[in-house]
Design a protein around this ligand. Sequence first.
Ligand code: FES
Length: 223
Amino acid sequence: MPDRHKQKKSKYTLDREMPGAFEGETITRRRLISGVVHGAGGVAAAAFTLPVLGFALGPIFSRVPFSWQTIGVPSDFNQQTYVNKVITIVPGIGEAGYSLAYVRQRSSIDTEPADQYNQYIALSSRCMHLGCPVRYVDAAQRFMCPCHGGVYDFRGMVAGGPPVRPLDRFYTRVYQGDVQIGPRYSVNTELERFSARDPAQPIDGIGQFLYPSRFDTSVLPGH
Ligand code: FES
């Protein structure tokens, strides 16, 4: 049984015979300083770790609302060459959110299964080595990357250099007479669709599991 009449501990440090105690004080300087130091250490640690956590976890909560963008009418495009179209890939940040898409009509050389989202082939201009902007050279029917010599053929397949996969693509559709461009997606060497990956991430074979897509990738509604 606990002693109910046990003497209550004095709040004064001197009464508790703490070393270095002064009369009338309720906390020693040693405890006060040690508490302040620990508190300052905690603030300093939080100043480093909170921004890192924010960068790491932020994309989980930043799903960008998806919207189709009109890029022209069907007669603006043909099967023989690409047309450059400036599109917005990150809304709300001005020119920094713009990107370039190369767009043409689908033709008989496109052997991947046809559906309502690839009657127009829209390739991303971002090199799949390290992300430099590629340029379409009509005379060679090739996409050239100026950074490390990456070359892609007319369909955006790797034809030479260090890129690890074909150029990314955008969903397209014809809506009320307009050609519209949708979210980006990645393809493997069989031109199978995958959710958008970053450059330098191969997605053939086991690569698709080693390099999962980011959480903030826009998803095509109902797809
Ligand atoms: S970034 Fe294009 S080849 Fe390196």
